[in-house]
Design a protein around this ligand. Structure first.
Ligand code: ZN
Length: 113
């Protein structure tokens, strides 16, 4: 499952960082996940619940911030909410739009002791 490998990857990164900071436990991981990141949100939560966790991560809470995608028009620079990779600018009708937010998947923060 795609989401499980993503979760394992996130847990590795967090643990590595926590170890560098001499942490004994990580309590919370907060993620920013865009709706265009290609992630099933339910599957992500499920993968996290079921991922094998090390002692440092065993009581961790997992929070996902769902990011609504925003596109910017290359023609008139208007920014607008969207739900698709390719969309038409609602102001000028141009199809030269690029996603500026909403395709990310990143660890926003984590809390540790
Ligand atoms: Zn435009």
């Amino acid at each position: 499952m795609h989401e499980l490998s993503i979760v394992m990857n996130i847990l590795d990164i967090v643990e590595e960082n926590a170890s560098k900071n001499n942490a004994v436990a990580v309590h919370e991981i907060e993620l920013d996940v865009g709706e265009l990141a290609g992630i099933e949100f339910d599957a992500l939560g499920f993968a996290f619940e079921n991922a094998e966790k090390t002692k440092m991560l065993k009581d961790v809470k997992f929070t996902v911030n769902r990011i609504t995608p925003v596109a910017r028009c290359s023609n008139c620079t208007h920014e607008f909410d969207t739900s698709a990779y390719y969309s038409e600018c609602p102001r000028c009708g141009s199809v030269k739009t690029t996603i500026v937010k909403g395709n990310e998947l990143k660890v926003r923060s984590f809390k540790m002791d």
